[in-house]
Ligand binder design. Structure first.
Ligand code: ATP
Length: 500
């Protein structure tokens, strides 16, 4: 059973964790928990602008800076059990005097029997100086569980005296997963004010609210797109697989109750410009959930532990906005050289381990789409079954796929007509990838416009084909390398075998 915030905080205090770092934006919630843990404890608070405050009434008692505050209160622990609650002091945590004072209080707490003071640091930003690493415990306020969310909704429904169908309640509860109590109540209020009730349409409202969190965090990027599954030419095996998983996502609540495992994600490996990114977008469109991109490079920070903290926050955030597709593009670059002798470093190795554990243990509705070109330097743990539901290899398009891709791009630009001779075009575009074929269509149409022609012909297209340097000629060696790595692993082809 999940323990409450108060229980966990109390157990930290009992186990003599001297500094508890709470990463949260809603200080009221934390104040409430601290007050409940420290019912008979002396609590003093530090506020950057006002100095020493009475923790209960929040009235200013003495104007001072953090250094003065700590000097003033550090011996309180000899007199009676004390909680020192420091708010938004992360900017001070690179000051050697502050570090020394915090260390002294922490050591007193650990080694002096007659001393009893715990420090709570409350901030939205986690900064952990290496000198204090061994004394600080980072505490994440647990998010409400599914049944707690249902309770919040049911209480809200009773308070507002409205009637909502059970199926709607279950669906809304699932979309609210990953949000904290405060956010859930805020959204329910918004939804109620909007239409005087709670209904399926409110899922959109929840999505919009979640978008706000992503923008504010700066760690994930919400990708807007217009593509859908029909914009992908070929890759039939991959598309069929995704359509099956989409059925699960469309009825997630029922599927889970039925005993279906929540899909974890896929890894798509293969040739450049053959539709991997397109598939990430089409997946989100098919599942009707948002697409967020994780750029591992963006998480790297300059302080000890900062990158890991960023990764933790990014993954938490993805859970908060789930159900969503979490797209990790060029994953081989993000985790290049991990665990090998060269290339990688300690930080990437740790980030990689953190990510693997999260993937292994994840029971949330974040669907991962990892895309990669060259996996020769990818750590083999990544490719093991169980992490991803499936690994797919995207090869250069075969003849039938090239025809479909050309048709898609011609139709998109309203220039497709039945007199275009696809047999000749297929023959002349051997070794072209999807991006090359799109370029052929674009160039042909542009030229027709410049020359004042309404339609385009097979000859026009063939001329552009001749002028286009295909990927197979420009990246010959890279393609051979990708193929030889793929031959060595157990991976499904994304395309159906061509019938000749
Ligand atoms: P990279 O490895 O270089 O990132 P990628 O495999 O992710 O490449 P995409 O970005 O998906 O390639 O493809 C580039 C463009 O080429 C797409 O925007 C799309 O217009 C076109 N394209 C590629 N493959 C296909 C396809 N199978 N069907 C239709 N269009 C395609």
């Amino acid at each position: 059973m999940k323990r409450s915030t108060v229980d966990i905080l109390a157990s930290y205090i009992d186990a003599l964790h001297p500094i508890i770092y709470i990463n949260h934006f809603d200080f009221n919630v934390i104040d409430d928990a601290i007050a409940r843990v420290g019912e008979n404890v002396k609590c003093v608070e530090f506020n950057n602008a006002l100095g020493l405050l009475d923790f209960k009434t929040k009235s200013p008692m003495y104007e001072c800076d953090l250094e003065q505050f700590l000097k003033l209160t550090m011996d309180d622990g000899f007199e009676q059990e004390t909680f020192l609650v420091l708010k938004d002091v992360h900017n001070e945590l690179n000051n050697p005097k502050i570090i020394a004072l915090l260390k002294r209080i922490a050591e007193n707490n650990l080694y002096k029997d007659n001393y009893n003071a715990a420090i709570f640091i409350l901030s939205e930003v986690t900064v952990i100086p290496c000198e204090l690493e061994n004394y600080i415990t980072v505490f994440d306020i647990p998010l409400p569980t599914a049944s707690e969310i249902l309770n919040i909704i049911n209480n809200f429904i009773i308070d507002m005296d409205i009637v909502v169908e059970q199926e709607t309640i279950d669906d809304i509860a699932l979309s609210l997963k990953g949000l904290n109590e405060f956010q859930i109540k805020q959204i329910l209020n918004l939804a109620y004010q909007d239409g005087g009730c709670i209904d399926q349409e409110d899922k959109l409202l929840i999505l919009k609210e979640k978008e706000q969190f992503i923008k504010k965090s700066g760690m994930l990027e919400l990708v807007h797109f217009t593509e859908d599954i029909d914009d992908i030419g070929g890759l039939e095996n991959l598309k069929e697989w995704l359509k099956r998983k989409a059925k699960v996502f469309a009825n997630l609540d029922k599927a889970i109750k039925f005993g279906v495992d929540v899909p974890k994600g896929i890894m798509i490996i293969g040739m450049p410009g053959c539709g991997k990114s397109l598939t990430a977008k089409a997946t989100a469109s098919l599942f009707e959930i948002p697409l967020v991109r994780l750029d591992v490079g963006r998480l790297l920070g300059k302080y000890v532990g900062e990158s890991e903290e960023n990764m933790r926050r990014a993954l938490k955030l993805s859970e908060a906005i789930s159900p969503c597709v979490l797209w990790i593009d060029e994953i081989e670059k993000a985790f290049a050289g991990v665990g090998s002798d060269g290339g990688g470093n300690d930080v990437t190795t740790r980030l990689f381990g953190q990510f693997l554990t999260w993937m292994q243990e994840k029971e949330n509705t974040v669907f991962i789409v990892a895309t990669a070109n060259d996996i020769s330097r990818m750590p083999p743990e990544f490719l093991r079954k169980g992490r991803f539901d499936e690994l797919f290899f995207v090869d250069l398009p075969n003849g039938e796929e090239r025809r479909k891709i050309l048709d898609i791009h011609l139709k998109k630009r309203r220039k497709w007509h039945k007199n275009i001779n696809s047999i000749i075009l297929i023959k002349e575009t051997e070794g072209f990838n999807g991006a090359d074929l799109e370029a052929v269509v674009k160039d042909t149409i542009e030229l027709a416009f410049i020359e004042g022609r309404d339609t385009i012909t097979t000859d026009d297209l063939l001329k552009s084909v001749k002028d286009t340097k295909s990927i197979s000629s420009t990246l010959k060696e890279k393609i051979a390398e990708i193929k030889s790595t793929i031959d060595k692993i157990d991976i499904k082809p994304a395309s159906k075998q061509e019938v000749r």
